[in-house]
Write a protein that binds this ligand. Structure first.
Ligand SMILES: C[S@@+](CC[C@H](N)C(=O)[O-])C[C@H]1O[C@@H](n2cnc3c(N)ncnc32)[C@H](O)[C@@H]1O
Length: 442
């Protein structure tokens, strides 16, 4: 930050405007804003932005109840400032009068000096009432802080579990590490953390996972640059063991960037011949940097996996990981902007892409080879329904392999982890084997 840094609450309003009104991603908007904020304000910026996104529908309802006239669309940044002020008063621990005064002061930086009285009035009125009196729960959107279409899709797919999913989606996610087994043991790294005064516990299921009790920047943790660990949710750490790669096997990671699972595959079985393919060159640069940091290597290729037949990565693979692009409805707690950005039609569009990626990847699998299909979605349309359609269209060659694990919920074709189970993200896995009699199309 510099002396000219904008007041932090104006920056929060700008970031929220960028995400909610302009449709930019939370990650992108925050990355830009962090460089404009004083170091001491970054934690506040993040907590405030995440908090508004998590509580968005209830905060809008509270604001509507306090306004005589709706805020005009051209004053959307002002609306964001007030929502952030309400969130601060209702859900954060900053001193209430500082929250009011600083929100009022931020009107100048937003070019809306005229609105100081309005902001002051709304936030002071909020202080005079209890939160129950403020927020009238008149819809499921307000009750669960999710869009109605997503609530109804989750209720359809998970009639027993959907309330717990919705609650988990609005909670904080833990920071989870995966220790690089080629550079040390989990016990050894826990010891290093303990010596550095960083509280941590081993994950219950993933053998190399560690939960940190409090979030930290990776640069504050021992051995990041030396490749001792990666940041990876525990649910994502279950992919590499499921694919069960053996030394010398040719393995394709068809949607590999930024390499969380590809690097795990290499840590588990360094002698495989891994090809890491992804269509996004920038994300492939991140993958390449992760390989260097973790002291690993594999073939890194940029290309469209749906067109793999025309790409040098086409070949005979014994193992394929297809970590498909998806709605990311299993990781809303990490990316609460997904609630604002996804539309119902996105789900069927993802389904079409997933099926086409699956068919293309299948053409590279040798007889008796195995393909692991993974998504961070909790919607059946992107999970069991994709596998079902694929199995129907490939009934001669595709066999479903049962995943015998204790974690998750067994579904028709795979296993679904719902967000919050053992503090994990929502993830789906299905394992397919190519019938030994089928002829590879390479
Ligand atoms: C869920 S992310 C993969 C995460 C990665 N496996 C990991 O563990 O770090 C999905 C990836 O699919 C890539 N992708 C989307 N469509 C693709 C396509 N047609 N061909 C190749 N990659 C694609 C995206 O660029 C994105 O990096």
């Amino acid at each position: 930050m510099t002396d000219a840094a904008p007041p932090i609450r104006a920056l929060v309003a700008d970031v929220l405007h960028d995400i909610i009104v302009n449709g930019n991603s939370l990650d992108h908007a925050l990355e830009q804003a962090r460089s404009c904020a004083a170091n001491s304000n970054v934690a506040f910026l993040q907590e405030s932005v995440y908090g508004v996104l998590r509580n968005y529908y209830a905060l809008c309802s509270t604001l509507d109840g306090l306004l005589k006239r709706a805020i005009k669309p051209r004053d959307a940044p002002l609306k964001m400032l007030i929502l952030a002020g309400l969130n601060e008063l209702l859900n954060m621990t900053t001193a209430p009068y500082a929250a009011v005064d600083q929100s009022v002061a931020a009107c100048d930086a937003l070019g809306r000096r005229w609105a100081k009285g309005l902001v002051n009035g709304i936030l002071r009125a909020t202080l005079r009432q209890t939160s129950n009196a403020l927020t009238r729960v008149t819809s499921d959107e307000i009750k669960w802080n999710h869009p109605a279409w997503l609530i109804s899709d989750l209720a359809r797919d998970w009639p027993q579990q959907y309330p717990a999913i919705l609650i988990a989606n609005n909670q904080h996610a833990p920071l989870t590490l995966r220790v690089n087994r080629l550079r040390g043991s989990r016990e050894g790294y826990l010891e290093l953390l303990c010596r550095a005064g960083i509280a941590a516990t081993p994950t219950l299921i993933a053998p190399m996972g560690i939960h940190l009790v409090k979030p930290h920047s990776v640069f504050e943790l021992p051995g990041f640059e030396a490749g001792l660990f990666s940041v990876q949710d525990e649910a994502a750490q279950l992919a590499a063991p499921l694919l069960d790669c053996h030394p010398g096997q040719r393995v394709l990671d068809a949607c590999a960037a930024p390499g969380g699972k590809a690097t795990h595959l290499l840590e588990q079985a360094p002698d495989i011949e891994l090809t890491a393919l992804d269509c996004d060159p920038k994300r492939q640069q991140l993958l390449a940097a992760n390989l260097v940091r973790l002291r690993l290597s594999c073939a890194v290729m940029v290309g469209d996996a749906a067109q793999i037949a025309n790409h040098p990565a086409h070949g005979n693979y014994e193992r394929i990981l297809l970590d498909a692009p998806c709605s990311a409805t299993g990781v809303i707690r990490r990316h609460p902007d997904i609630k604002m950005h996804r539309r119902p039609r996105d789900i069927s569009e993802f389904q079409v892409r997933q099926l086409s990626l699956l068919s293309a990847a299948w053409s590279c699998l040798v007889p008796d080879g195995q393909l692991l299909y993974a998504t961070c979605s909790v919607l059946a349309a992107e999970n069991d329904r994709v596998i079902e359609q694929f199995m129907t269209a490939n009934s001669q060659s595709a066999q479903s392999v049962s995943i015998s694990e204790e974690w998750g919920i067994g579904t028709q074709f795979g296993r679904q982890i719902l967000p919050g189970e053992h503090a994990m993200d929502g993830f789906y896995y299905a394992l397919l084997r190519k019938a030994g009699t089928a002829v590879s199309s390479s």
